[in-house]
Design a protein around this ligand. Structure first.
Ligand code: UDP
Ligand code: MG
Length: 312
């Protein structure tokens, strides 16, 4: 019998969990030809998530749960999940039921046909603000144009991955993670499924504007050095322009005997160049910061317990 794992990172999801469990149990009962495992990763929740997981485990041995030592963020929680899942394939989904479990049988069918990565693409994005929608589109456009890795827009972490993909993902252990890009980066045979993203069943999204902006910067800086190149190109263009302008002033002075004037032009040039320089230093700093964190080579997460038993 093939073993199917469902990986669910959960952070403060006490309200969604009972609903989620009902839907998953219905699904698992309807598909007895697979051996099921549901692996919850409790990402340092501050509510009763852990207690609810322990209860679920008590009543249903198909449930496993991993308790991280603190809140590491969804990306790290997913890596912890990759390390601990035991299935021949794994489905990653959110705890808030934005990802309909009913899609899983379709994913499994495609997996049985030989696909290694069946990813669900959002047909609609659920309720979202205009600004968030625009910024997301801009981010994907930038990534698409600057990397050689094909990135799937409107695709989240909701997907089925074969064991080969899981083994590959386990080896990508950088601490500043942009997992969505890694799915593309590792390659293997991919297939797309369309779905309608639901609204959250309970609670609030943990991704505020700044967290998303951070993830976007993470995505860009961990998959492309294009900003550095853009900075160099900008520098070259500005220097050329400045040189041409200097020549122009010199000739004007020699030919027309024009007195060199222009405090305002001077100010504008200095301020403009100062701005460009600061921006470029900032971009370099982003990459330098990433090198700094990566060279420390710290583990991405620490585990408190697995199924209630203390990790050593
Ligand atoms: N999550 C997590 N750690 C965090 C934040 C979120 O494990 O620090 C989980 C959360 O419990 C949920 C999933 O990641 O299962 C997606 O989170 P959320 O619904 O807040 O994000 P959104 O759907 O708004 O992108
Ligand atoms: Mg959500």
């Amino acid at each position: 019998m093939k073993r199917v794992s469902i990986l669910i990172p959960a952070y403060n999801e006490e309200e969604s969990l009972p609903l989620l469990y009902r839907r998953l149990a219905d699904l698992m009962d309807a598909q007895p030809m697979y051996a099921w495992e549901v692996l919850f990763v409790n990402d340092g929740s501050r509510d009763h998530t852990l207690a609810i997981l322990a209860q679920l485990r008590e009543s249903d041995p198909r449930i496993n749960y991993l308790d991280l030592s603190r809140n590491y963020g969804k990306e790290a929680a997913m890596l912890a999940g990759f390390d601990y899942v035991t299935g021949d394939c794994m489905v990653i989904m959110d705890a808030d039921l934005q990802h309909p479990p009913e899609l899983i049988p379709d994913m499994l069918r495609l997996w049985e046909q030989g696909y290694d990565d069946v990813y669900a693409r959002r047909r609609t994005r659920g309720r979202e603000s205009f600004l968030r929608r625009r910024l997301t589109a801009a981010f994907y456009a930038l990534l698409r144009h600057t990397t050689r890795v094909p990135m799937q827009p409107n695709t989240g972490d909701f997907r089925l991955l074969d064991a080969v993909c899981i083994r590959a993902l386990r080896r990508l252990r950088e601490s500043q993670r942009y997992t969505k890009g890694m799915f593309s980066w590792i390659g293997f045979r991919k297939h797309e499924l369309l779905f309608d993203q639901q609204d959250r069943v309970a609670g609030q999204s943990k991704w505020g504007f700044f967290k998303l902006l951070n993830l976007a910067i993470e995505g860009i800086t961990s998959f492309t050095v294009a900003p550095l190149r853009i900075a160099s190109v900008c520098g070259a263009i500005v220097s050329l322009l400045a040189f041409a302008y200097g020549l122009f002033i010199l000739l004007k002075n020699l030919i027309y005997d024009d007195p060199v004037a222009g405090f305002p032009t001077l100010m504008v040039t200095i301020l403009f160049l100062g701005g460009v320089q600061l921006l470029c230093i900032g971009i370099i700093g982003e990459y330098l910061g990433r090198i700094f964190t990566e060279t420390k080579q710290r583990p991405v997460y620490f585990v408190s317990s697995y199924n209630g038993e203390r990790a050593d």
